[in-house]
Every structure is written in C-alpha cells, then in structure tokens.
Design a protein around this ligand. Structure first.
Ligand code: MCF
Ligand code: FE
Length: 418
C-alpha cells in the first residue's frame, strides 16, 4: 500500500461522515422533507436517503433537523462597529449620518470587530456570505476565517471629474482581492446604485464583470426619495446631491440602468419602490432580488411586495444588509422578521419560500454549488433541534423559523466549523 497516495486521497476527499436526523430538509427541486433519513458526505454530498449502507450513522438526536447551511447574500461588514451611531427612521437622515461617520466607523472596525461579525453569522448557521467592500479594509480578515465569501468590490462616484481616479482605485482593489481567490473566496463587483454611480463608470465596470465572469450586486429603488429623484429629478435627493456632490440632475433612467446588467448575473438589493415595469426588466435579464426587511424597516423605506416579485418569477433571497442598518447579522432572526412583516402572505407557505430564499436561491445568486442536500453539492450543512416533535410536517418550515436562533453543528465542505 502506498501510504503517501492514501493520505493524499483523504486530504482530497476529506473524511467520510454519515449523519442521521429526524427531519432532513433537502431544498431540492421537489422541496422534499425526509423523516429519519441519512446523509453521507465527504467534501461533497455523496448520498441522501433511507438506510443507505451498513456503516454506523451519527444520530443527531430527538427532534433534530438537518438542512443546507444558510447563505447571507448581502452584508457590509466594514460597518460592523456601528450599534448606536447611525441615524435610523429616515433614509436621507441615515445617508447623511453615514457620510458623517463612515471614516470613524471604518477605523473602529478591525480584527476583533470583524471577528464578532463573522462569529455571529457562524453561530446562526451561515456558511457563506456576499460582502460589499467599499474600502478594502475587510479583505485581510475575510481571507483568514472559515466561511465562504463572495467579495463584492464596490464602485461609487457620480462626479465625471474624478471618475478616472475612482476607477483606478477600484481596479487596484480588484487586483488586491484577486490575490486571495480560492475555493472559499471569490471576487465580484458591486455598483452601488443608479443614483450614485456615473454611467461611464458603470459601463467600464460591467465590461470587466462580463470579461471576468464576476457576479454583480447593486442597490436599487430602496427609498421613495430615490424613486422621485430618478423619475423627476426632484425630492429629498435634490438638496442632498446639490449640497454634497454638486449634482443637479439624475444620472440615468431606472429601466436603462437595469438593462445595462443584461448578460451578467446580478442581484438587485431592496427594490422596495421598483414598479411593475422594472420588475419585468429584472425578470427578463434573470436578475435576483435581495430582500432586507429589517434594514428597510429601520431606514423606514417601506416593505417589498413579495407577491409582485413572485408573480414576475424572480427568485428572491433574504439578507441582513450590514450593521449599518441592522442590529444583527443572524439570518434566522432576519427571516423571522420577514415572516412577521409580510402580513399579506400565508405564514406556512411564506415560511417555505423564506427557507428557500436563504439557501438554494441565495446559492444560485452567488454562483455557489450548495444550498440544497443533493448528491454532488458541497457538503455545507447545519443541524439544530426543535423544542418538540412536529405533528403535521407541513408546519416544519414555519416552526424552524419561529424556534431557531443558533445551530448545534455547521459543516462547510464537509468539515465541522467550531
Ligand atoms: O444597503 C444599505 C442601505 N443602502 C445603501 N447603502 C448601504 C447600506 N448599508 C451600507 N451601505 C453603504 C454603501 O455600500 O453605505 C454607503 C455605500 O458605501 C452609502 S453611500 C455614501
Ligand atoms: Fe446594502
């Protein structure tokens, strides 16, 4: 026996594990829930089903749930030092408070602050997240922690006089982040919003995204002020832009903005004030929508109409946004907030969709090979226990959302993360 080769084989494959749970929520096409079933995996999921082979299984215990690990597709960890600093309750006041406090908040967030943010996500069962990086301050820490990261280098800037400088800085951040690309760390780009990025800059950046296959995120139609500014060049944004950026007219029409993302994989974040036409355009280019209900509530921008999003066959994800507009990065808390806020939708069916939104949909939006328990998928799994047994299995998604805050086990690429 060649032990060198054998060892290399185990390194490559990882250790093979077999887990058994009372409830396995697969998140596969058919949305199957399996009772008293098993999953065998190394780095990838090998088999899912009943009485798979003779090897002993690790039983996760009474009322245990095994499901895909969660994915928080939109965060801003550079703002993690914020707790009570930023001004909530009104979007423009919030934005002004960001301009005023951003540098200080960024300075306050280094090692320990990033660690706390990642730890909170980890405890709540998150295996991967989409990080919007404005400065690059977050890069070093994020390359040294165990969760998967899609790292969106943000471009922002509306003044044509400085567009070139901003573009050069953006390119430098892309290059720097590329050095760290690996199985768990992928480079991507973020175009901040239709009101804050000059179309010249947008075109250049989207060209790079297409060439390099970078995934894109952009904030879109978050506030009423944004709606009024982009439609009529009026409202609260008018004063804001004249005072801060010497800008007197909006840069682009919303539909034109959306169409620029054709032939890319783009997530439009918020979309609270997107109209039918815009949702249709997002649907046409196979865009995703990221719903951040707590952020929208705290900045008082309104509630996304999920029914309308579903009617246009747009896949939506739920995300926390950053601590800049949330008190927590726990995704179970976020989907519980969505469940309680989306009062037009039936709680049982909404709960099913919400679980999809933070697993399989989020995986697709970030181009990850996880988010469901199926042969060939990455073994990114979580397990936790419900307080009691479920009588009617139809209630399982709702009860999971009501009763779960933290998980007992998190596996990423088949490896237990502590
Ligand atoms: O998603 C929320 C609210 N909408 C827009 N931007 C941000 C959010 N949280 C943080 N941001 C950042 C954004 O990436 O704040 C800055 C940008 O860098 C706003 S523009 C000065
Ligand atoms: Fe955001």
């Amino acid at each position: 026996v060649n032990f060198g080769i054998l060892f290399a084989f185990f390194l490559e494959k990882g250790i093979i594990l077999k887990l058994k749970a009372d409830y396995i929520v697969t998140m596969n096409e058919k949305n199957e829930i399996l009772l008293n079933a098993e999953v065998i995996f190394d780095k990838k999921i090998l088999k899912v089903g009943y009485n798979l082979d003779d090897s002993p299984a690790v039983y996760l215990g009474k009322n245990s749930v095994l499901m895909p690990a969660l994915i928080n597709n939109h965060t801003h960890l550079e703002f993690s030092a914020n707790t009570t600093t930023l001004n909530y309750g009104d979007f423009i006041s919030w934005l002004n408070s960001v301009l005023e406090n951003r540098e200080d908040l960024f300075l306050e967030c280094s090692g320990k602050c990033f660690k706390n943010a990642v730890d909170e996500m980890k405890k709540s069962g998150i295996c991967a997240f989409g990080e919007i990086s404005s400065s690059g301050n977050d890069l070093k820490y994020l390359t040294k922690q165990p969760l998967k990261v899609i790292y969106f280098n943000e471009i922002i800037g509306s003044n044509p006089a400085v567009v070139d400088m901003l573009y050069q800085d953006f390119l430098a951040r892309i290059e720097e982040s590329k050095k760290y690309e690996n199985e768990k760390f992928k480079v991507a780009i973020s175009i901040h919003s239709p009101y804050s990025v000059h179309p010249i800059l947008m075109d250049k950046v989207i060209e790079i995204a297409k060439k390099e296959n970078y995934i894109i995120q952009t904030h879109f139609m978050e506030s009423k002020a944004e709606r009024k500014w982009l439609d009529e060049g009026k409202g609260e944004f008018k004063l804001f832009f004249e005072q801060n950026f010497k800008l007197s007219k909006p840069l682009i029409k919303p539909v034109e903005f959306i169409r620029k993302f054709k032939d890319t994989k783009t997530t439009f974040v918020h979309c609270v004030h997107a109209n039918e036409k815009e949702l249709e355009e997002i649907s046409k280019i196979n865009g995703y929508i990221s719903h951040c209900p707590v952020s929208n509530r705290l900045l008082n921008t309104g509630l996304l109409n999920l029914e309308k999003v579903k009617n246009k066959y747009i896949d939506y994800t739920v995300a926390t946004d950053g601590k800049s507009s949330n008190y927590s990065l726990n995704l179970f808390k976020e989907i519980r907030a969505a469940l309680l806020m989306q009062t037009e939708l039936h709680p049982k069916y909404l709960a099913k969709d919400l679980l999809k939104s933070v697993t399989i949909n989020a995986a697709k939006s970030l181009g990850l090979n996880n988010g469901s328990i199926e042969t060939g998928k990455d073994a990114d799994l979580i397990s936790f226990k419900l307080p009691d047994k479920i009588k009617d299995i139809e209630n399982l998604p709702l009860q999971i959302i009501l009763h779960t805050n933290e998980v007992n086990y998190l596996y990423i690429n088949g490896e237990e993360i502590n």
